[in-house]
Each structure stands twice: as C-alpha cells, then as structure tokens.
Design a protein around this ligand. Structure first.
Ligand code: PRP
Length: 195
C-alpha cells in the first residue's frame, strides 16, 4: 500500500492540551491585565476560538486579515485586506497566529501594530515552521514545531481543509496541487467525529 498523502501530526486532543498550556502561560504573564487578542485571518479563526476561551480572562478580540497570496502564489509582499476596528494604543496586545512559516506575514503585522503604540505586544503562535524562515519575528509563545506543510485547524490548501479538527502534515504537496480534493478521502472529513 502506498503512503498516505497526509497524516495527522497533532491530534485534536494534543492540540487542546497544548492550547491550554499556551493560554495558561499567557494568562500568567498578563498578570490580571485586560488584553486585546488579535486574530490573524483567516488561518487563526479556529485557534483563536479555542485559545480565547481557554485563556479565561476578560479580553477584547479583534481581527486582521492580511495576505501575501495572489492567485494561489505568495508574492512575498504582505498587505492588509481588513484592518482592526479598535485602537490598540496603550493596550496589552497578543497576536494569535496559527502558523509562522517564512515569517513575512507576522513581521509585517508586528511592524504595523508597533507603529500604533501598544503598551505591550506579544505573539502566540500554535505552529512554528522555522525551516523556511526569511524574516525573524520574535515568537513569545509557541505550541509545536514542524517542518511539514500543514492543513487543518484553520490552515487551508486552496481554501480546503480549514475545518479539520486536527493538524495534518502533507507528504507530497505537488501531488496535492494536482488534485486539491485528494485529502477528502484520506482524512476524516465526512467520516464522523474527530481523531
Ligand atoms: C497563512 C497563515 C499565516 C501565514 C504564515 O496565511 O495563516 O498567517 O500564512 O505564513 P508566512 O510566515 O510565510 O508569512 P495565508 O496568507 O495563507 O492566509 P489565510 O490565513 O487566509 O489562509
């Protein structure tokens, strides 16, 4: 039998445990201060939902949509598609990001946010993928490290797989590019409760 195109790397349960640990660290460092949590869309929608509830402190949540992709390929130039609604001046800000890959998105974001004079600015990233790093943004909290291309738990491939409850590593990205729906069969979508 041939190797599966993708495999579960971090199960829903592993993610839940790690998210709880990250939230506990952030909560301790906030020391009772009320933060602004910034969700980097679209990828961090699932992580933010779990992280913010596990954090269990009164927080404001706002969203920023940035992209470096045009027509499916990264341009390397990040731009804001949707900006925050609230001011972060003098606020304690935590950026909630699912994955840091080249680091370009986060570096751009941090530069943009720093210019708005927050009182503090921290980054909580669920997955760090340092092998492809171009820019070096500082990550204050990291859940997992990987070298793989990941889908699920908010991360997509050509707008698919964001709602998988776990993170799967894709073994053969070029093969998936030829047949983007290929993982629907090999993963659990449509097959009932999560792993
Ligand atoms: C993904 C991910 C991060 C970014 C990380 O977002 O959610 O925001 O890439 O990549 P980088 O470190 O190489 O910049 P993407 O641009 O695919 O948009 P999406 O979140 O809407 O899927």
């Amino acid at each position: 039998m041939s190797e599966p195109l993708a495999q579960v790397r971090f199960s829903a349960e592993q993610i839940r445990d790690r998210v709880d640990e990250l939230a506990a660290s952030v909560r301790a460092d906030l020391g009772g201060r009320r933060p602004v949590l910034i969700s980097v869309l679209k990828g961090s929608l699932v992580f933010m939902a779990d992280f913010s509830r596990s954090l269990d402190v009164e927080a404001e949540i706002d969203f920023m949509m940035v992209t470096s992709f045009v027509g499916g390929a990264s341009t390397g130039v990040v731009r804001i598609v949707n900006d925050l609604e609230i001011s972060i001046q003098d606020r304690h800000v935590v950026v909630v990001e699912t994955i840091v890959d080249t680091g370009l998105t986060l570096s751009f974001l941090l530069k943009t946010l720093r210019a708005r004079n927050p009182r503090s600015l921290r980054v909580c990233a669920l997955v760090d993928k340092p092998v492809r790093r171009i820019a070096q943004p500082l990550l204050d909290y990291v859940g997992f490290e990987t070298e793989e291309f990941m889908v699920g738990y908010g991360l997509d491939f050509k707008s698919r797989y964001r709602n998988l409850p776990y993170l799967a590593g894709v073994r053969d990205v070029p093969a998936l590019a030829l047949e983007p729906d290929a993982l629907i069969e090999s993963l659990t979508l449509g097959k009932g409760p999560s792993i």
